[in-house]
Design a protein around this ligand. Structure first.
Ligand code: 5GP
Ligand code: ZN
Length: 113
């Protein structure tokens, strides 16, 4: 399958990996938007949030849990951070393998920026 993030999972292309377990991989975003910008993905290919099934609920919870754990390890859990999952074109998704963006180390505004 021609998927960039599957290739990182399979070590076919390099990724700056910061966390791995049986189900999840986390690596630094190549174009960081914050001092910490980590992408947390399931190892199994799921194209978009729309493709989630009920059996994936624990997996998505795990992505969120890993994000919170990395935030704590990096020391910005208490001051705050942002997690984002983009879905499809209008949502800003550019890589069609679901991923959670963990961004920390600066202030974020809402709804823009
Ligand atoms: P999306 O726009 O789909 O929510 O996020 C895709 C993210 O993947 C972007 O933040 C982009 O910088 C990142 N990205 C794209 N190509 C690569 C790559 O080859 N390696 C890494 N580490 N990140 C990538
Ligand atoms: Zn994939």
């Amino acid at each position: 399958m021609d998927c960039l993030f599957c290739k990182i999972v399979n070590r076919e292309i390099p990724g700056d990996i910061v966390f791995e377990d049986d189900e999840v991989l986390a690596f630094n975003d190549i174009n960081p938007q914050a001092p910490t910008h980590v992408l947390i993905i399931p190892k199994r290919h799921i194209a978009t949030l729309n493709d989630l099934e009920e059996g994936d609920l624990a997996l998505v919870g795990r992505l969120q849990y890993v994000a919170a754990r990395l935030a704590r390890e990096r020391g910005f859990a208490e001051e705050g951070y942002r997690v984002v999952m983009n879905c499809n074109d209008l949502g800003g998704q550019t890589v069609y393998h679901i991923h959670m963006h963990l961004m920390g180390g600066r202030r974020f505004t809402w709804p823009a920026g």
